[in-house]
Ligand binder design. Structure first.
Ligand SMILES: Nc1nc2c(c(=O)[nH]1)N(C=O)[C@@H](CNc1ccc(C(=O)N[C@@H](CCC(=O)O)C(=O)O)cc1)CN2
Ligand SMILES: Nc1ncnc2c1ncn2[C@@H]1O[C@H](COP(=O)(O)OP(=O)(O)OP(=O)(O)O)[C@@H](O)[C@H]1O
Length: 179
């Protein structure tokens, strides 16, 4: 008889979280007050990378609109890499994600003071489980050493263990949106 392993593997956690996110009814949350207040007392964070949500991810559009003094930049998938550009008009790009248009001004990664990172799951140590293509690990490995990595997730995405591997970049802080 085989005893079932109660601890999910990285692969199982990823597929469970993908399912949970996909199953969520679409909704655009209001301002994420905790995140807005934290950012509003850190004016040194001038250029901040944000994301356009995939189905189920925390939608930060109201929070972004509430902090107009920040220079918000959005990722574009370019092959294996992410480049960051001024928002302006966002158009459907890779994976159906809204991305800045090709001609939107590119902002060098070294100018980015903080990265608000999407993810499938996070843990209390700052571990992050992404969608498995390593985009954020690669970009954060090339970011300024003093830039901040900030995870953003729903409370149910906070788990005990995200099975971090040596190449995984840790978050400095994770904001949980209570649903
Ligand atoms: N909102 C958001 N933007 C992001 C990311 C992300 O995770 N979330 N990325 C982080 O790296 C990059 C895009 N990477 C991605 C990697 C894989 C898949 C993916 O597997 N998509 C599924 C469909 C979506 C789903 O899981 O339901 C697929 O193609 O089957 C999507 C985006 C850049 N922008
Ligand atoms: N700094 C890096 N340089 C080169 N390859 C990397 C780097 N970080 C991760 N990778 C590669 O990317 C692949 C996916 O890694 P992982 O499963 O940790 O992605 P993820 O963090 O879940 O995804 P994402 O960052 O896209 O949301 C792995 O095969 C890994 O070898």
């Amino acid at each position: 008889m085989t005893i079932p392993d109660p601890a999910p593997t990285k692969h199982e956690l990823r597929s469970r979280m993908r399912q949970l996110l996909r199953a969520r009814a679409p909704s655009a949350p209001g301002v994420f007050t905790e995140l807005r207040e934290w950012l509003s007392v850190r004016p040194e964070l001038q250029t901040i990378a944000v994301y356009s949500p995939l189905p189920g991810e925390v939608d930060l559009s109201a929070t972004i609109a509430a902090l107009p003094e920040v220079r918000w930049v959005y990722p574009r998938v370019a092959g294996e890499h992410l480049s960051f550009h001024m928002g302006g008009d966002l158009v459907p790009g890779s994976f159906g994600i809204l991305e800045p248009a090709e001609n939107a001004g590119e902002i060098p990664v070294l100018e980015i003071d903080a990265f608000l990172c999407p993810g499938l799951a996070f843990d209390k140590r700052g571990g992050r489980l992404g969608r498995g293509r390593g985009f954020y690990d690669r970009v954060l490995a090339n970011a300024r050493p003093d830039s901040l990595n900030i995870g953003v997730c729903h409370d149910f995405q906070m788990v005990d263990d995200t099975f971090s591997e040596p190449h995984d970049v840790f978050m400095d802080k994770v904001f949980e949106y209570r649903t």
